[in-house]
Design a protein around this ligand. Structure first.
Ligand SMILES: [Zn+2]
Length: 281
């Protein structure tokens, strides 16, 4: 089956797994009803994180590894801001950068610059080089029903010891709290699995998944190493995980005050849609 022909109901990203665990109704609204961009309204910290991640992407893309801090804080930050605004102008407010753009103002860009400056200075300007360019990562899980995993880390870099690193950059305003909530189970497995065959093609046998914390630049503790030959076993892990989610036929609500789906005024309409279109009870 061609990649594009896998029904969206059978396609899962990291966010889908997280949503399904946190609030099943919220997961259904975003995954089954495709309302993700409609209900995500963003916030200051998500915007700061998105800007920082994009700045790192542009550094990799333009190979700006030996550039002075000032160049990054001016030219590359401007390029990132432009890219976010252009994307929203083209694709509308309900798109990938829609929620980011809402909080993209001078104040938050300046906070992002301060965070970057601290990151750069504490690491002595050291940014590991990228080994694979930006791409959309997806993977088919063959079986009775074809499933698809998609998404991807921020970058694939070469570690200081020569081991390739699949890196996800994270911005936490509260570093300790952020680290406690970090998913170091599904996230490393998914991102390594998505990138494994590409890394094997490049001749690597091992890979490391790593989280880099923008606010804690010297933390080297957030990682997990994988033997690429055995990574294919993870396909069964994800098949099982998806089958478990898809076997739930009853809508559950978290009822949390901050839940955009449970607390939406569209709630009853969405419940009705889920019942009629997908046979939920
Ligand atoms: Zn909820």
């Amino acid at each position: 089956m061609a990649y594009d022909n896998v029904p969206r109901l059978n396609s899962f990203s990291l966010g889908d797994f997280h949503n399904a665990e946190k609030c099943f109704f919220d997961f259904l609204v975003k995954h089954h009803l495709q309302k993700r961009y409609e209900i995500e309204d963003g916030n200051k910290n998500l915007t700061i994180g998105s800007v920082l991640d994009l700045v790192m992407k542009i550094i990799h893309r333009s190979k700006a590894y030996d550039q002075p801090l000032d160049y990054i804080l001016t030219a590359i930050f401007s390029a990132a801001e432009r890219e976010i605004r252009t994307s929203v102008e083209k694709k509308g407010p309900q798109s990938f950068y829609g929620a980011t753009a809402k909080f993209l103002n001078e104040e938050n860009i300046n906070i992002a610059k301060e965070v970057f400056k601290n990151y750069y200075l504490k690491r002595g300007g050291k940014i590991n080089k990228s080994i694979v360019g930006e791409k959309f990562w997806d993977l088919l899980l063959e079986g009775e029903e074809v499933l698809k995993l998609w998404g991807g880390p921020d970058s694939l870099e070469i570690g200081t010891d020569g081991v390739p690193e699949v890196v996800d950059y994270k911005y936490f305003e509260d570093v300790e709290k952020g680290k406690n909530y970090l998913d170091m189970d599904t996230m490393p497995k998914l991102y390594i699995l998505l990138c494994a065959s590409e890394l094997q093609k490049l001749g690597y046998e091992k890979a490391r998944f790593r989280v880099r914390s923008w606010s804690d630049p010297l933390d080297e503790s957030l990682y997990e190493e994988f033997d690429l030959e055995t990574v294919a076993n993870l396909k069964d892990f994800f098949k099982y995980k998806i089958q478990q989610i898809m076997s739930i036929k009853e809508i559950n609500f978290c009822e949390k005050e901050y839940c955009k789906s449970c607390k939406s005024d569209q709630r009853e309409i969405w419940i009705k849609e889920l019942r009629t279109q997908f046979n939920f009870s």
